[in-house]
Design a protein around this ligand. Structure first.
Ligand code: KIV
Ligand code: NA
Length: 274
């Protein structure tokens, strides 16, 4: 059985923190499920880490659907959340059609969208149509051209706005809210004021749960490690070493070896070639 919103609500009510990671394909979904994670996010961060774009803006609903289908096929228990991409939920009609595709075609159990009070009517409309909605406040990458890539809510007015945005999303029916790049004390206060979980990333230790990007926590990039993440593995280094060893074995003639090969009766072969 897949994790449901009731399961998440129960974890939250019991005060148990929970973990979400992004996943973009079948293999990673299988691994995350084996690790027991209850929540997976098919994030539009795939624009950067899978497609190599320099922001999330070019990601389409088709992209989310494509990756979501692979993720959903790779796991049976996690709740799979799909991002609604940039400018696919600017109107209620657009939001309904994007959410339909992400859930009905992609197989996701929830969508996530960025924004606060200004999108509360859209959240309400989706929730009333049967779409579980996750909010996303603080640094919202789809508006990076307006707000910049930095910690949000540091001054009093911005902090107050963030609290009001969170309350508006809760009131509109969101089941949880991602807080990205928010000062830890502000995330603590938002978390305390809400009756739905906050899921932090770069938001300190007081959120109800944490979301991290697959490539960040597994060390799949060998350049910059953002402060808000921690490397739990060095998969890029491990993969580089493995491929270097593969190439050396192929070039040195030690791979493939007999156990990697099929045999054949030489007399049959000689017969065939006579
Ligand atoms: O797309 C994404 O990976 C996200 C997380 C950073 C929350 O939205
Ligand atoms: Na995202």
């Amino acid at each position: 059985m897949r994790t449901t919103l009731r399961d998440i609500a129960r974890l939250y009510a019991e005060g148990r923190r929970f973990t979400m990671v992004t996943a973009y394909d079948y293999t990673s979904a299988r691994i995350a499920e084996r690790a027991g994670l209850p929540l997976l996010l098919v994030g539009d961060s795939l624009g950067m880490v899978v497609q190599g774009q320099d922001s999330t803006l070019p990601v389409t609903v088709d992209d989310i659907v494509y990756h979501a289908r692979a993720v959903v096929r790779g796991c049976r228990t996690p709740l799979v959340v799909g991002d609604l991409p940039f400018l696919t939920y600017a109107t209620e009609a657009d939001a309904v059609s994007a959410a339909r595709r992400v859930m009905a075609e992609g197989g996701c159990g929830s969508v996530k969208l960025e924004g606060g009070r200004e999108i509360a009517p859209i959240v309400r409309r989706l929730v009333h149509s049967g779409v579980p909605v996750m909010g996303h406040l603080g640094f919202t990458p789809q508006s990076q051209h307006q707000i910049g890539v930095r910690v949000q809510g540091r001054d009093a007015a911005a902090a107050r706005d963030l609290v009001l945005d969170a309350l508006a999303l809760q009131e509109a029916g969101a089941w949880g809210i991602v807080l990205e790049l928010v000062p830890a004390p502000l995330a603590r206060e938002v978390t305390a004021r809400l009756s739905i979980p906050t899921i932090g990333i770069g938001a300190g230790p007081h959120c109800s749960g944490e979301v991290q990007v697959w490539h960040d926590v597994l060390g799949l990039f060998d350049d910059h490690v953002p402060r808000h993440t921690r490397r739990y593995a060095a998969l890029a280094d491990a993969a580089t070493d493995a491929l270097t060893a593969l190439a050396a074995d192929v070039e040195g003639g030690t791979f493939p070896a007999a156990p990697n090969s099929a045999t054949m009766d030489e007399t049959v072969l000689a017969d065939a070639l006579r």
